[in-house]
Design a protein around this ligand. Structure first.
Ligand code: NDP
Length: 243
């Protein structure tokens, strides 16, 4: 099955994992809305890469942690590309803190940008998916949700919350043709991991970071496989064994 005729929205599609997912979904046939927050040039470059390859994409700026911005983003995407059928909740931040330096402000920020955003965007996407009786919702959680990780407890909590959201939607929407699943990557090469302190590829059992493309192929599988629901997939090079 391809995604021909489907519209996908990738939050934080301008860089890293979101960029690779945007390109891969377009390659699978979807028209892709590439969301960015501040780096318009990066989003425009993703759109150019997709359109140069014969695909269809637009860049759409919005702070997905802000309700009004999310509403405006959906109006614009729907007007330009049609109803969103595939939603990838990928946008996120990772401000590394130690147990001595983490502050309440870090916790609030992580919950707002990583978790509240996913709730806001998914809430905006659900009505059209229900009308179409078809939808795919994909959450980018993290290995940190299960084993703590290298960023800090604020980040791990925000990513664990995404799994709860995913399970809630997977239970409530599957009978309407809408699946919800999560991907929980380990350390992946991106701007996010480049700035981490005391983190090296030796930390990963396979001896290297993963690539954004290795995560993107899972997103395409989840978007095209209607029998997957409520699952959390772990591309992590062996850092954590799911049972
Ligand atoms: P990057 O830092 O490379 O990219 C982050 C993306 O999120 C950018 O496109 C950025 O937009 C966007 N973004 C950040 N804040 C907002 C906001 N408020 N509104 C809209 N967009 C926003 O991250 P990665 O590609 O590494 O990570 C992608 C996701 O995967 C994140 O959720 C991350 O937590 C998760 N993850 C990453 C891992 C890794 O090792 N890299 C491991 C496990 C999970 P802009 O370009 O405009 O700044």
């Amino acid at each position: 099955m391809t995604l021909n005729g489907k519209t996908a929205l990738v939050t934080g599609g301008s860089r890293g994992i979101g960029r690779a997912i945007s390109v891969a979904l377009a390659h699978a046939g979807a028209s892709v809305a590439v969301n960015y927050h501040k780096q318009k040039d990066a989003a425009d470059a993703v759109v150019k890469e997709i359109t140069d390859a014969g695909g269809h994409a637009i860049a759409i700026g919005a702070d997905v942690s802000d309700a009004a911005s999310v509403t405006t983003m959906f109006e614009s995407v729907t007007r330009q590309l049609g109803d969103v059928a595939v939603l990838v909740n990928n946008a996120g931040i990772a401000h590394q803190r130690t147990i001595d330096t983490v502050q309440l402000a870090d916790f609030d920020e992580a919950i707002r940008v990583n978790l509240r955003s996913a709730y806001l965007v998914t809430t905006a996407a659900i009505p059209a998916m229900r009308r179409a009786k078809w939808g795919r919702i994909i959450f980018l959680s993290s290995v940190a949700a299960n084993i703590g990780g290298a960023i800090g407890p604020h980040y791990a909590a925000s990513k664990a919350g995404m799994l709860g959201l995913m399970h809630g939607y997977a239970t409530l929407l599957v009978k309407e043709g809408i699946t919800s699943n999560a991907i929980s990557p380990g350390l992946i090469e991106s701007d996010m991991t480049r700035v981490l302190v005391n983190v090296t590829p030796e930390r990963v059992p396979v001896g290297r970071y993963g690539t954004p493309e290795e995560v993107a192929s899972i997103a395409v599988m989840l978007a095209t496989n209607g029998f997957m629901n409520g699952q959390n997939i772990h591309p992590n090079g062996g850092m954590y064994f799911a049972t």
